[in-house]
Every structure is written in C-alpha cells, then in structure tokens.
Design a protein around this ligand. Structure first.
Ligand code: 5AD
Ligand code: SF4
Length: 456
C-alpha cells in the first residue's frame, strides 16, 4: 500500500542530500514523498544543530505536528514522527522527554536503519538510534535513485577531524570519513543518467577528501582534485562544484584543478570566520588572516575572476572591537562575491561555550549589522560587474514572473531571464543587463551554449 512521507529539511546541503537518501531507504516500504505534513503517514524532521535558532525551530514544528497526529489517531489511522539529523544526534533521548509524541530519533549515521526502527515503534514509546556504527552507512544504503533535478548533490566526505572551538559538527557528524572513489564515480554516473547536468560534491570538510583508489591505482588514496578530474570525464556532466572547504586543506593540486579543469566552476566557498589572528587562534582554525589572503591570491592567479564566498562569525568569546575591525578589513580586501554571517551561538559541549568572556548580545547584533552592510555592498558590486557580460546559465526552475526562468551563473549568481520552458534543465548563453543585490537579470543570446559550462 502506498504511504505518504513528508520530510522537512533544515540546515546545510548535506541534510538535503540525506533527506533524499532517507526517501530512497523508505521507498521499498511503499513510502512516497508528499509536499505537506497534514495527511502524511510519516513525517521526518531532518534537523540542524549548528546554531541555537536552528534547533529551536524543530521543537516549535514538533508542537504543530502533535495536532496532526492526534487528529489522525482520532480518525483511526496514525502518523509516525521521526526526528533525524544533527539535533537528533546531539539531544537523543532528551527529545522523547520533551516531545513524547515523537516515535523515532535517528542520527545522521544510522538512517539506513529506518525500516528496522519503524518496525520497533509501538504506541507505548519511541525508539532512539544515535550510534556511530562500525558498519558503513553508505554500504548499507540502497543505490541512490536518479536525480530529481539538473543540479544534484553528492556526499563524498562526512564528519570533521578539525576541532574548531565553536563547532558542534564533530559531535553530530563524527570523525572524518571519505567514500571510495569508485563508489562516487558510479553514483555520479547514475545521477547524470537521471538528468543531472551539475553535481555539487558535499562534505563538512570536503577538501580533506581522501578516498580509497581502486586496486592497482598508482596511489592508494585519491585527493579531491583526483576525484574532480575523474568526474570531469563523465559525458553529459557539465558542471562540478564542491563545498564546504577549510583553508588549511586547500592543497596545490586542488588550486591547480581550478586552472586546469573547465567543468570545475569558478566559484569557491571558503569560510574564513574571522579576520583577527587572535580570534582565529582562539577558534583553533590553524591559520592566520595573512595565510588566507595569500591563498586567495593563489586562487585568483589560477582562475582569473574566481568568485569567492565565505562564512563569518561575529561576537566569538573575547572578540574586541579591534578584532572585529580586522574582520571588516579582511572582507574589504577580499571583496567576497557572496557571504553568510552569523552571531556566535554557544553550542553545548564545545570549548568556546565554556568561556567566561562571552560577548553581550547587543554588541553581537551591532557587529553583525556592520559586517552585513560591508558584505551586501560587495555582493552588489560583484553582481554589477557582470552587467554587459555574457555567461552560460544552467536553468533550474521557473521564475515568479510568467515566462521567466531562473538559473545559476558559473559564479553561482541567480540569473533571471525571459526564456522558453524548453530551456529548463539546459545551459544557455545569457547577456546580463541588470544587477540587484541577490540576483542578476539578462537576455538569452541566440547562439548555442558551449558544451562546457565555464567561461564566467
Ligand atoms: N555559532 C555561530 N555560527 C556558527 N557556525 C558554526 N558554528 C557556529 C556557532 N557556534 C557557522 C560557521 C560555519 C557555518 C556553517 O555556520 O560560520 O562555517
Ligand atoms: Fe547543521 Fe552542521 Fe548538521 Fe549540517 S552538519 S545539519 S550545518 S549541524
């Protein structure tokens, strides 16, 4: 019998990937994804624990779901509620204590066991599975089903062995693990056969990727640059990206890949977090601001015009006005095409949360506003600099305005253009005519797009 499955995804792209894989695991049990929770037989909240607000949202959503579940029970059916992802991993049984209508709590490393967990659910109480199992999740998962969109995600690496003092990821996702090269090539081939034209390689620290090479290869282990080179050979795959990278793992071969591999898009998300050496040290980032600037110079030399994006944290414990100004200065020097910035949020169990020099909330807010003003201005400047230029755009969806499609430029800008629906899922040449803070607008050019999606 067909059952309705609603998955709500919070947080990063890896959670988006995981949600797809959970649907793959549940498909043999008859579950099909639906758009809303109202009539669902099962609801999964795939959660994020990275900042306080992210986890609080989960509990308010659980409150709403309780009403749906009670109604379904009154009508003689039921709704299985599962909390998955990083809040599940971090809070485990606490979730059942706070929200007793939850049936399953499952961490990011054990969701391949969902069928078994469903079988164990009783009306009397929920089940919790937050192991870091010895068996490999990826070996147990069914083969990923074909991509649902032209732009697909592929998890190549998970977890993190770096110990940034603000970050909860090592506790929720565990130690670093890279998937073998051959498995990734096979999965990418399936994605492309299913219609993907762009693949974004995912990992919490993706450029630390070191996956097993097939037997007989020159070296036992492949780097991310090796993986990208191999994936570049797949016919029909036009664009490759990867995220998120750590500056310390930006190796020479990966920088060279930006120069040599046309399918690797000229865009890089390389979080710096802070521009102050004192704060970077307290964060245990393992590099100075000047190292980051040198790296940016190397990348720009390797690929002229490469678009850089970053994450920033303001109000890390002990951050002074002078430290914060160093962050503003670094942002000004780099001129990021795009960036995310956050107020520091103490995460339970992390070293920085224990410090007694926490920055007051109003100071954090004021610094965030000042940084965002700088970053927004740089983003607008980057978009304005594209006006008049031609670029290949991969059209992914319909726009809000009738007759308009939205796609991505090589540099990851959202591009709006009047275009026939037939261009959905395809590359087209566009001349940019206008720029806004969050997107650009352009006209389709009559020439056919080149086979390769580069050439920003
Ligand atoms: N507080 C605020 N922001 C954080 N991030 C990670 N941990 C925290 C925290 N405790 C931000 C970092 C990271 C991004 C994914 O989230 O900037 O790069
Ligand atoms: Fe959030 Fe990090 Fe978990 Fe992704 S890995 S969902 S960003 S806590």
């Amino acid at each position: 019998m067909l059952k309705k499955l609603f998955i709500k995804t919070y947080g990063c792209q890896m959670n988006v990937y995981d949600s797809g894989r959970m649907a793959d695991v549940l498909a043999p049990l008859g579950y099909r994804r639906v758009e809303g929770p109202e009539d669902a037989d099962m609801v999964i909240l795939n959660t994020c624990h990275i900042r306080e607000k992210a986890s609080e949202k989960v509990f308010s959503e659980l409150g709403l779901l309780r009403a749906h579940k009670s109604r379904k029970r009154r009508e003689g059916s039921d709704m299985i509620i599962a909390v998955a992802g990083c809040v599940a991993q971090a809070e485990g049984p606490e979730i059942l204590a706070r929200a007793p209508h939850v049936d399953i709590v499952v961490g990011p490393q054990t969701y391949h066991r969902l069928p078994d967990l469903i079988a164990r659910v009783t009306r009397a109480g929920g089940v919790v599975d937050t192991d870091f199992p010895v068996e490999e999740k990826f070996d147990r998962l069914p083969k990923a089903r074909p991509a649902q969109s032209v732009s697909a995600y592929l998890t190549v690496q998970e977890g993190c062995d770096r110990s940034c003092t603000f970050c909860v990821v090592p506790y929720t996702r565990g130690a670093e693990m890279s998937r073998p090269l051959a498995d990734l090539i096979a999965e990418a081939q399936r994605l492309v056969a299913g219609g993907a034209r762009e693949i974004t390689l995912l990992g919490q620290n993706v450029n630390a990727y070191h996956g097993r090479n097939p037997a007989g290869a020159k070296r036992p282990v492949a780097s991310l640059a090796d993986l990208i080179a191999r994936l570049s050979e797949i016919d029909g795959l036009e664009r490759l990206r990867y995220t998120t990278s750590h500056p310390r793992d930006m190796t020479e071969d990966l920088i060279a890949a930006h120069r040599d591999l046309a399918k690797l898009m000229p865009h890089l998300h390389l979080p710096v977090q802070s521009g102050s050496d004192r704060v970077l040290k307290a964060m245990n980032r393992g590099h100075k601001a000047s190292d980051y600037l040198r790296l940016v110079a190397c990348l720009r030399k390797a690929r002229l015009g490469i678009a850089l994006s970053s994450d920033f944290i303001v109000g890390f414990p002990g951050e002074t006005e002078a430290d914060f100004r160093a962050t503003l200065e670094l942002a000004r020097e780099v001129g990021f095409a795009q960036a995310y910035s956050f107020k520091y949020s103490p995460r339970p169990g992390t070293p920085a949360a224990e410090r007694d020099d926490q920055v007051p909330e109003p100071v954090k807010s004021e610094r965030l506003a000042r940084l965002q003003e700088r970053l927004n201005a740089d983003q607008l400047a980057f978009n304005r600099a594209s006006v008049g230029r031609e670029m290949d755009v991969l059209f992914e969806r319909k726009g809000r305005v009738d007759g308009q499609l939205v796609g991505r430029s090589p540099a990851m800008q959202a591009v709006h253009a009047r275009a026939p629906k037939g261009l959905l899922g395809r590359l087209a040449r566009v001349r940019v005519s206008q720029a806004g803070p969050n997107s650009v607008t352009g006209e389709i050019l009559p020439v056919a797009a080149s086979a390769v999606g580069g050439g920003a």
